[in-house]
Write a protein that binds this ligand. Sequence first.
Ligand code: SAH
Length: 345
Amino acid sequence: MTDIVEKLRNTSDLSDEELAALIETDDRDAAELLRRYADETRQKNYGKKVFLRGLIEVSSYCKNDCLYCGIRRSNKDADRYRLSREEIMSCCENGYGLGFRTFVMQGGEDGSFTDDLMCSVISEIKEKYPDCAVTLSLGERSFESYRRMKEAGADRYLLRHEAASQELYSKLHPKEMSLQNRKDCLFALKELGYQVGAGFMVGAPYQSTKHIVADLRFLQELQPQMIGIGPFVPHHNTPFAEEKGGTLELTLRLLGILRLMFPKVLLPATTALGTIAPNGRELGLQTGCNVVMPNLSPVKVRKKYDLYDNKICTGEEAAECRGCLQRRIESAGYEIASERGDCID
Ligand code: SAH
């Protein structure tokens, strides 16, 4: 198995069969070699830098009904909120003072966040903080909407494709959602000049190795600037409440594979990874990750942005989160870079 890791390091690609074998292996030498080469590759491209993204969870209202997600519209027990424009601006002010130079506005698909509102919030942020990048993660919208928000100053868009295989996508989403539309959105965002992030959950119900290989192939086709993956974590009020979650081992293995397949990509050590293991994000950083996304949302809403059970970082103020992450990053052997942190492609 270590010969496959050598090949991946040398060529940044493998055959479907080799990828499948590496995804499924329990060979510890191969896992350790993969970790070492992933770290070597991230250090060659990004040194020891870790980029921070201040995450502002703008709304827990959602018109979609993704089967895995705690804020799906069918979850009648969800306690919903949306941030006002003033609250969003005050998160940015707080975050700027803490050294963040990227703000990510993420939320459910909430019709109240119209194009007019988003465009005016985006322009205000860019006017006040011209040295910062604005990232959006608001789900599927029209080409025209993406175009207007780009024109208003948005720089990046995160939209995980969730599952590139039609078979798996249909098992994770209700009938009215379409994989083709999700993919069309991602290509539209690229065409409009956004730096784009795609990705998927690891260990989602019904996910097999073959589906993961399809995800990797789709990512090769899309060539996003950022790839977000994290373990699936069940939420008690969803149809997947009793399903098993994704594992630390498989998530780390895929992070290592992604770093070698996409040497320059931005790769976050996600909150979900930190949720399933106390040192999950540190291990992610040591396996090729170079981004972390500390929570900048007002503390009073954090528990309500309840995508999955036991989500971490819901109790502390942003400044405490920043301090905690700084310690974690340094203890893992890396350093915070106080810059926008664009992809070096
Ligand atoms: N509405 C936006 C933001 C979604 S939330 C959008 O559609 O892009 C961000 C990500 O959280 C999702 O893309 C999904 O991959 C992840 N997520 C949702 N539920 C999850 C769960 N139960 N476990 C792990 N990750 C989950």
